[in-house]
Design a protein around this ligand. Structure first.
Ligand code: PLP
Length: 537
């Protein structure tokens, strides 16, 4: 199988070649020619001594390459007990310096045991946090440049590259042009979806309050489903929404746990009758537990009638929509005000990298901009540039666009689609294995690369083991999952779907291959057999 990670090969010669390209291409009048300046500023007492930087940098890359080479040897879920680290480390920071060799030794000895190995090929927990060579190296490059590109002037390339990659990515997803800079909208890289949610909810709040008056903030209502990620609730708390006005609309199996527009309609009407003001709806494409999809076209249509801001949260599943066969999940997105996905989940771009698009950047800017005198500059005054500090909560910001750019260019759309399809195929394969075994059942049809399953009622009653209520079954599945995770071979997590304790098998780690899916299936069956045998005794 082709994977996004190729283990380390000859880092030394590669980097030497790269550095000579960079420095040789500088104009000689800048004095950075053929490494001359480097030798001038090399200073062992400096926090940025160049030769030490090179030496230690190579060492860390080697360390990580070895880590990936050996990653299957570690228990996927960390097996340490709370507080394990304090007793291993000194009480206070060292007064005298220690060498990188000593420190890396301690990373291996003390830190690695406390790491849950998200990049392990048998990490099937939560959602993936998919790593790749360009994602990692882009991160290194951006950290290496150490820019703080809060406005255009503070690093023009950081802003302009972000403008470009957000339009590229938007086109790949087939978003309406109104979400792109080229069509009057625009995109911004936030750290996480939680931040994107606060930014958009604040924009929606202020837009509405400009219309109905600030005194009416207590009347604003936010809507979500019982499957929506808690980030919208957190955003509502932060942005001053009355906690009684956060509506959680129940979903059912009949809609595969997607939000029903009829239920939403009833909730909106009840609020209007009560004199409240519907404000914001978070719809999800790929909910956190069940990966359910809310029907965007109908709920956006409804929201539009009431001037409700719709944010579409596709934190995990949005990435799949670069494949035409998944784009139907975004049908109706033109009716949404904002849309976000986490490239650090399933787009081979390291944490953190949440991509947020809005149709009306001014709504965001009006809510989030400030204009201190000390940041005044001609570019801002010209109104010809984007100042991203006005699109987010924080001032300072990382050069995240660089890593996304590296990922897009290094793989091209064709390979990114291939990686995603491969994960989906492996999930489908796993789903097939579950479906063939009476002791297990798929709890909800799979949409993407997550399979929701459990030990079935038949596993208990069919074998005349015990009578089972739903609670019994939930408890046994809880035990099964804990037993599997304690083995360290595989890591999966759970969720409650309609009162059913569900084990989630999320494919998406970059190193995962079919043999890891098979290993997981074998491990699951072994632990289930032991558990069921114990029940018989
Ligand atoms: N939305 C959904 C659907 C999620 O599944 C998650 C996390 O898994 C989030 C939002 C939160 O993402 P973040 O950690 O980037 O805030």
């Amino acid at each position: 199988m082709e994977t996004p990670i190729n283990l380390y090969q000859n880092t030394q010669s590669h980097l030497n070649k790269y550095s000579s390209i960079v420095f040789d291409s500088y104009p000689p009048q800048m004095g950075i020619c053929n490494g001359e300046l480097i030798s001038q500023i090399s200073n062992p007492d400096s926090p940025l001594d160049i030769e030490e930087f090179r030496r230690q940098g190579h060492m860390i890359i080697d360390f990580l390459a070895d880590y990936y080479q050996n990653i299957e040897k570690y228990p996927v879920r960390s097996q340490v007990d709370p507080g394990y680290l304090k007793s291993r480390l000194a009480d206070s920071a060292p007064y005298h310096p220690e060498s990188i060799e000593t420190i890396l030794n301690d990373v291996e000895k003390d830190i690695l045991p406390g790491i849950t190995h998200w990049q392990s090929p048998t990490h099937f927990a939560l959602f993936p946090c998919s790593m790749s060579i360009p994602g990692f190296l882009g991160e290194v490059l951006s950290t290496g440049f150490g820019t703080v590109g809060f406005n255009w002037m503070s690093s023009p390339a950081a802003t302009e590259l972000e403008n470009v990659v957000m339009d590229w990515f938007g086109k790949m997803l087939n978003l309406p042009s109104s979400f792109l800079f080229s069509g009057g909208g625009g995109g911004v890289l936030q750290g996480t979806t939680c931040e994107a949610m606060v930014a958009t909810l604040t924009a929606a709040r202020d837009q509405m309050l400009r219309k109905i008056g600030k005194a009416n903030i207590g009347k604003l209502v936010v809507y979500a489903s019982d499957q929506t990620h808690f980030s919208v609730q957190k955003a509502a708390q932060i942005s001053g929404i009355n906690s009684n006005n956060f509506r959680v609309i129940q979903t059912t199996k009949s809609t595969n746990f997607g939000l029903s527009s009829d239920s939403l309609h009833s909730a909106i009407n009840a609020d209007i009758d009560a004199g409240l003001v519907p404000l914001f709806l978070c719809a999800t494409v790929g909910t956190t537990v069940a990966t359910a999809v809310d029907p965007l076209r109908s709920i956006c249509g409804l929201a539009k009638q009431h001037e409700i801001w719709v944010h579409v949260d596709a934190a995990y599943a949005g990435s799949a929509c670069i494949c035409p066969e998944f784009q139907h999940f975004l049908d109706g997105i033109d009716g949404a005000n904002s849309f976000s996905l986490n490239a650090h989940k399933w787009f081979f771009t390291t944490l953190d990298c949440c991509c947020l698009w809005v149709q009306d950047p001014n709504a965001l800017i009006k809510a989030l901009s400030t204009k201190p005198d000390y940041l005044k500059n001609q570019a801002t005054d010209s109104n010809r540039v984007v100042d991203y500090k006005d699109w987010q909560i924080a001032l300072s910001r990382r050069f995240r666009a660089l890593k996304l750019w590296l990922v897009l260019r290094s793989y091209g759309i064709v390979n990114l689609q291939k990686f995603i399809r491969n994960h989906v195929k492996m999930a489908k394969h796993f789903e097939g294995l579950i479906a063939k075994n009476n002791n297990f059942e798929v709890v909800i049809p799979r949409n993407f690369s997550v399979v929701c399953f459990r030990l079935s009622p038949f596993a208990l009653t069919g074998n005349q083991k015990i009578m089972s209520s739903e609670e019994d079954l939930n408890e046994i599945n809880r035990k099964l999952l804990e037993s599997i995770n304690s083995s360290g071979r595989v890591y999966m997590t759970h969720g409650m779907i309609g009162g059913v304790y569900t084990i989630r098998f999320a494919v998406g780690a970059s190193l995962t291959d079919y043999r890891h899916v098979e290993l997981a299936w074998k491990t699951i069956q072994e632990h289930a057999d032991t558990l069921l045998n114990d029940l018989c005794v």
